[in-house]
Every structure is written in structure tokens, then in C-alpha cells.
Write a protein that binds this ligand. Structure first.
Ligand SMILES: [Zn+2]
Length: 160
């Protein structure tokens, strides 16, 4: 179950679809070798009811500080990209979440990840969960978080 287009929560209530471009970004920044740095960015797309369509994953900008064991996102660069995409997309493109890489085959979120994700949803509506993705070398870990209930996503679609 590697880099799959369609994902669903185990209760089948939420569907997440990654555009091919998004999966391409994930693949390009995979940490296949231990010396490659952690990367990450934000996820943009559309909400369709309870479902998310991820249309764009921003790539690491030169402002980001990258190392093999940490990824410190420089918020400005990504926020600019998000705003650009939003303007070009007739204001239908929304911030949907965050992604970053791990040097693991099957990635598991760290305690720091959980802490950072907690901050992301602190001031958000509980009704609009955001998507957090950890990209490993062989598969990704995807979760919808809202502060009420975190829902792990499982692949339902075909591998790219
Ligand atoms: Zn992490």
C-alpha cells in the first residue's frame, strides 16, 4: 500500500483523494537515503462535504531549514504559495493540512509531530478537520485531526 490516490477513514465517512501532482511531490522528496534532509510543506485543495481533495502540496522553499532529523518550516514562503494558489483558483482552494517526510519505510508520527499537530488545530473549528501526512520511503501515514477525534486513513485506491 504505497503511494495511493484514494484514502478513507476506517468508518468510511471521510474520503481523501490525492491528485497525481501531490503524490509526485511526496515521491520526489522521499528520504530514500539517510543523508537526504526532511522536507515538508502545506496541502491545498478543496473540501467537498466531509471529503478532501488534495490538489497541491507545496515544496520546500529555500527559506526552510532542512536537516536529516528535523524540518523547520518557514511559514512565510508556504503562506505566500497558498495565497497565490487560492487567488488563481478562483478562491476555491483552501488550506487542508501539512505534510513532511521521515527516514522510515513505514512512517510513524513522532511525539513532536503530535505536539505540532495539536497546535495546528488549536484555533480551528472542530467541524473542519485537517489532514496531516508523514511520507516514508515505502508508504505514507495519513490522519484527519480535529481535536475531537483523530482518524487514521487507510488506502482504498490504486497505487501510483
Ligand atoms: Zn515527523
Amino acid at each position: 500500500m504505497p503511494f495511493v490516490t484514494e484514502w478513507s477513514t476506517t468508518d468510511k465517512r471521510n474520503l481523501v483523494i490525492f491528485a497525481p501532482d501531490v503524490l509526485r511531490v511526496f515521491k520526489n522528496y522521499r528520504q530514500r537515503f539517510f543523508w537526504q534532509p526532511e522536507s515538508g510543506g502545506i496541502l491545498l485543495g478543496r473540501r467537498r462535504g466531509k471529503h478532501l481533495e488534495i490538489m497541491l502540496a507545496t515544496e520546500p522553499s529555500h527559506k526552510d531549514s532542512r536537516s536529516a532529523f528535523s524540518f523547520v518550516r518557514e511559514a512565510d514562503g508556504h503562506a505566500d504559495l497558498a495565497e497565490q494558489a487560492w487567488r488563481q483558483g478562483d478562491k476555491q482552494i483552501d488550506y487542508l493540512g501539512e505534510w513532511h517526510t521521515h527516514p522510515q519505510r513505514v512512517p510513524t508520527p513522532s511525539a513532536i509531530d503530535r505536539h505540532e499537530w495539536g497546535k495546528l488545530i488549536l484555533h480551528r473549528s472542530k467541524l473542519t478537520p485537517i489532514l496531516v501526512v508523514v511520507v516514508g520511503t515505502k508508504s505514507i501515514h495519513a490522519e484527519l485531526i480535529s481535536g475531537v477525534q483523530d482518524k487514521v486513513l487507510l488506502p482504498v485506491g490504486r497505487a501510483q
